[in-house]
Design a protein around this ligand. Structure first.
Ligand code: OKP
Ligand code: ZN
Length: 359
């Protein structure tokens, strides 16, 4: 298991977010990563900070995100401050709701930085600070470096220890602490750098974060070459996506699978039973590569989520994932219980390793 990490991921550090109408300290903190790093180190995992500077991020980002959105991420902070916005961060105040407009906005014509803050974002959890984009690019570079080592066959499994996370990020929207969709970009990256002998290798994304990965789902909704399977809290954030009836469209019909699970009562047994079913679907797809959106916000102590998975439950979860038996890239997503986040992530990877050695 190769673990990739970059200190630049710590640069994104907004002081607050608005949660349930309250101004609270930002949950998606840099400390999440340093705690996990420490726990992995004390459990014998080697951690590499050798990111691959040869990867041209822009080219790979643009396979998933629009050029207008990438331009927004690059310039938002500077233009916002220039127009008198608060120096701490860009935070939207108005959204172009579908019912507010006679027609969808032409993003290119909207130049007011305050308007753009709402145009390219769907909630209040993505403040853009001066350093946000630098950290976002580092997070993606960590992910793609790890993906590359899988594709070239240097390793059979890797973990991208990175933040900000990605699975909520849409082609032209940030939201849910996410700016660039690391896993989605990695899927396209893998398909494009794989040796041409295998035409467009099939990639499966298994999303075990507590929240539904609306951005990953949207990116591949009509694409049968990328299977998206998610287990998540039913009717919880991001609220408008994640039902079992969302199964893909056109050629992608059947290649999007959602498992919403009940809030408040889903513990180790219920979770692992459903995960076994999800894994059967992934195996049946026969992907060349497996990407795991690894969130540990399913933990019983998570402050913003509502499942009851225990720290030892993550050992089982890692073992079940290993039974898919494909080259596997874990990419860090959520998890906000700081006291247990290190052990929880470590247990997924150790449960995975133990099962791999066993089979
Ligand atoms: C990001 B990831 C709802 C709070 C919503 C944003 C949560 C983003 C989660 N109670 N705030 O999927 O862990
Ligand atoms: Zn989450």
């Amino acid at each position: 298991m190769k673990v990739l990490y970059s200190k630049e991921c710590l640069l994104h550090d907004p002081p607050f977010e608005i949660l349930s109408g309250e101004k609270v300290p930002y949950f998606e903190k840099p400390k999440r990563l340093t705690i996990i790093e420490g726990e992995l180190k004390s459990n014998g995992f080697g951690i590499s900070e050798e990111v691959d500077w040869d990867i041209d991020l822009r080219q790979h980002i643009l396979r998933v995100h629009s050029v207008e959105y990438l331009d927004y991420l690059e310039t938002a902070y500077e233009l916002w401050v220039r127009e008198g916005g608060n120096k701490i961060a860009v935070i939207p105040e108005t959204f172009p709701h579908v019912n507010l407009l006679p027609a969808p906005p032409e993003s290119a014509h909207i130049t007011n930085p305050f308007a753009r803050a709402g145009l390219f974002c769907f909630d209040l959890s993505c403040p853009i600070t001066k350093e946000t984009h630098k950290a976002t690019l580092a997070s993606l570079r960590v992910t793609l470096t790890a993906a590359k080592s899988l594709v070239v066959g240097a390793v059979n499994s890797a973990f991208a220890l990175c933040r900000p996370p990605g699975h909520h990020a849409m082609p032209s929207l940030c939201g849910g602490y996410c700016f660039l969709n690391n896993v989605a970009i990695a899927a396209r990256f893998i398909q494009n750098i794989s040796p041409s002998a295998i035409e467009r290798p099939k990639v499966a994304i298994l999303d075990i974060d507590y929240h539904h990965g609306n951005g990953s789902q949207a990116t591949f909704y009509d694409d049968p070459s990328v299977l998206y399977v998610s287990l998540h809290g039913e009717n919880d954030y991001p609220y408008f996506t994640g039902s079992a009836s969302e199964q893909g469209s056109g050629k992608g019909k059947g290649y999007n699978v959602n498992f919403p699970l009940p809030r408040g009562i889903t513990g180790d047994n219920e979770y692992c039973d459903t995960l076994q079913g999800a894994v059967a679907i992934v195996r049946n797809f026969e992907p060349s590569f497996l990407l795991i959106s690894l969130g540990v916000d399913t933990h019983i102590d998570d402050p913003i989520s509502d499942f009851k998975v225990t720290t030892s439950g993550y050992l089982r979860i890692g073992g079940i994932i290993a039974s898919i038996d494909r080259p596997t890239l874990f990419v860090m997503e959520g998890g906000y219980a700081l006291e247990s986040i290190g052990k929880n992530v470590c247990n997924v990877l150790q449960g995975f390793k133990l099962q791999v050695e066993h089979q």
